[in-house]
Design a protein around this ligand. Sequence first.
Ligand code: PLP
Length: 379
Amino acid sequence: MQTARHVQQLRSSYIREILRAATADGVISLAGGLPAADLFPHALLQEALIKVAGNKQVFQYGETRGYAPLLDHLRVTSDLKTSHGALVTTGSQQGLDLIARTYINPGDHIVLEAPSYLGALQVFTLAQANINTVVQTSNGPALMALEQLFASRSVKLFYAVPDFHNPTGISWSLQTRKDVAKLCQAFNVTLIEDAPYRDLRFSGEHLPLVSSFCPENAMVLRSSSKISAPGLRLGSVTGPEEWIAHLIRVKQTSDLHSSLPMQAVMLEVFTHPEFEAHLRNVRIHYRQRYLALAQAINQHLPPEVSYAEVEGGMFLWLRLAQGDPMEIAKKALEKGVAVVPGDVFYSADDIKSPAIRLNFSYCKPEDLNAAIQLLARVF
Ligand SMILES: Cc1ncc(COP(=O)(O)O)c(C=O)c1O
């Protein structure tokens, strides 16, 4: 059977191919966006699973919006205004998909940073949005270009990852956060603030959410994937209640609700007295891994490559002075190291600056060092 036209627009995912190759024996993978499995809160999860297994109620059908005690917890921890609501989703990826399906008509103008999260590019492509991009600087999106875009067409939403961006690791400055919020208000553009890496800050100053400066113009996507375990598949969307209410109607047609037992497990883990210590431990290890990667790059790669230092998250964006990132990624794989060529994070019309994305959360410091030595041979 022939697929629908909008599905035919989806590019086959190079990442999927490279990730398959990356799992081969002997390959060190800096390619995936995987959190460290050895740092999952195993003991807390085990305790929670046993406790939840005895709660018959959570094995029944439930409310589409989510498990009420988890929603209450989310309200408090995200400091939600009374006019705002929350929806539990099957990963933040589902939140993104629901927003696109609920609010985007084919041809609607939306804005993304370039480069951008591949999963967002795919969702908005499938929704047949008219994708405009704004170049990312070391402080966040280029503000003049953003203003010009907002002024020149009717933009429905601006999707952004202001904390430890995927793929670049960039975190927006405080001033950029305020300026973007002002622009969204001035041009009545909805900000979709995707914040899965926000709790992974290992240095620098904690900054407010962009949406805290324009709460009536924004929805926030949160995820449990990077702070507990991605296999649980839980995330949330918060925002003005009337917007959330529409998302709930669409989610109902999709999966009725996200797994209730897993929501109950998530709540147990989030409220466990040792959860904060778990998070601190993850940050300490990610910092060590990032420093090991940065040191190996400084030591082994030619001086023409450069990278912006990051203060958290899971990625480092290695800028290349020359060479084709696709070719470099292919040759790296032959040498036994998997990386992602930066080109896949741009939409078709973007001017792509040559780079490769390196993940530092998944491998131990010694493997990161070995991977960079292998990569050095490609250069
Ligand atoms: C920026 C961004 N948003 C959303 C997601 C999806 O996360 P989740 O596991 O919550 O669906 C990812 C996953 O890597 C991501 O990098």
